[in-house]
Design a protein around this ligand. Structure first.
Ligand SMILES: Cc1ncc(COP(=O)(O)O)c(C=O)c1O
Length: 410
């Protein structure tokens, strides 16, 4: 079982920080950062914030820190460092990816997008209609917000070039069977882009086993500073038009990254190795050093804990007939993440989030840029849903405070 007190002791913000008396339930918007990651970030900025990879000891040190950041991320998702682009955000990575795919399209080629996704994995693909691509929408069930794989089946054809879908929506939170979907989509010869931004904080995806061609997630939601990671399968990457400077076309890091990299942020990602390692050694044996194995084991503990606290919240919400819960109503064996969205029949979502803040409960309301998803369920897109999002460091005591506060605010 996850030792949540031990986990929380790794976070200054949860123990001695200015806001440590707040219960934080807006993790889907961005998670807290443990000491191992924060320490590396501060060290980079304080000791060697220079142009990396020069001949000086300082520049070498900065370059080594960045290499360690790429290596840690790659190992965690079972990839190679040269398969990874680290840009400023997922929205920018998918935008650049769309530019890389744009010139490879012929008029009449079909692209399937969902209306469940965050706009980061919709808008850039929809714009390719300007190049003559035909956009098909895999639409959610308006009652539940869920996507049905049978509906995708009706959209796939030998014209399908690309399918872009969320692995876990930031509002509906159901976790799709990515390997099964990719296997089916690949039968058409299409490429698959998976948005893992809302999955990665909860689940240690193995990119090789996933079947995806492109996997994107954002490290500011996975216990680290603000970057966007994009993994590309080699065979898929080689089909793209490079988007960096012309002399960087063969550079794995810069081929699909037109910007200068975020040196300190990337360097800090190496601290995730220390975070996972300390959690692994606390719960399991002392000798395992393989980061991928450690990540799988530790995220297994996270999932069991999140299922428990998530179901406490879901059960409470289901017990009230003035609330509508989006997506599945129970977490069971990885069917959904502990990101829980709901609306009230008598109160606005914003007034509920504001009311909770008065009880020192931090959560969000709105459409969270999954505007099409919220609208498709008949929910006012401006007011949107209340979103209570938990990760592994949330504890039972915080959930009890949340439920008491919700009871009072509702
Ligand atoms: C599911 C999902 N996809 C994509 C994004 C966009 O990520 P970024 O902020 O890194 O552009 C978000 C951000 O909230 C998200 O939740």
């Amino acid at each position: 079982m996850l030792d949540v007190s031990f986990v929380r002791s790794q976070y200054k913000v949860l123990t001695i920080g200015e806001y440590s008396d707040w219960a934080f339930f807006e993790n889907a918007g961005g998670s807290y950062i443990p000491e191992q990651v924060l320490g590396g970030f501060v060290e980079f900025l304080g000791e060697y914030k220079v142009q990396p990879y020069g001949p000086s000891a300082i520049a070498r040190c900065a370059g080594e820190a960045m290499d360690a950041g790429y290596a840690a991320i790659a190992e965690m998702i079972n990839a190679r460092p040269d398969e990874i682009t680290i840009g400023p955000s997922t929205t920018l990575n998918t935008y650049v990816l769309a530019q890389g795919i744009r010139r490879t399209l012929k008029p009449g080629d079909e692209i399937i997008v969902t209306n469940q996704d965050h706009e980061a994995n919709i808008g850039c693909w929809r714009r390719l209609a300007e190049e003559g691509a035909v956009i098909r929408e895999w639409s959610v069930d308006p009652k539940t917000g869920l996507l049905d794989p049978a509906d995708l089946e009706n959209l796939l054809s030998d014209k399908t070039r690309l399918v872009c879908f969320t692995l876990c929506s930031n509002v509906v939170a159901s976790i799709h069977d990515v390997a099964k979907l990719c296997e089916r989509i690949h039968q058409t010869g299409a490429l698959v882009v998976g948005d893992g931004v809302s999955l990665a904080p909860h689940h240690a995806l193995d990119v090789q086993a996933s079947g995806l061609d492109f996997y994107c997630f954002s490290t500011y939601k996975t216990y680290a500073p603000h970057t966007g990671v994009m993994w590309a399968r080699g065979s898929a990457m080689s089909q793209l038009t490079p988007q960096g400077h012309y002399f960087n076309n063969e550079s794995p890091r810069y081929r699909m990254n037109p910007t200068g990299p975020l040196h300190a942020e990337i360097g800090a990602l190496a601290g995730l190795r220390g975070y996972i390692d300390i959690l692994y050694k606390h719960h399991f044996d002392q000798n395992e050093t393989n980061l991928r194995k450690q990540t799988e084991a530790v995220f297994g503990l996270f999932a069991a804990h999140e299922e428990k606290i998530g179901n406490r919240v879901l059960d409470f919400l289901a017990s009230r007939d003035d609330l509508r819960v989006v997506g599945e109503h129970h977490i069971d064996q990885g069917n959904r993440a502990s990101t829980i969205a709901f609306t009230s029949s008598s109160k606005t979502s914003s007034s509920i989030a504001t009311g909770l803040a008065q009880h020192k409960i931090a959560c969000g309301s709105g459409n969270f840029y999954a505007r099409r998803c919220v609208e498709s369920m008949g929910i006012d897109a401006e007011d949107g849903v209340v979103r209570v999002s938990m990760v592994h460091y949330n504890n039972d005591e915080e959930v009890s405070r949340l439920l008491a506060a919700l009871d009072s605010v509702l």
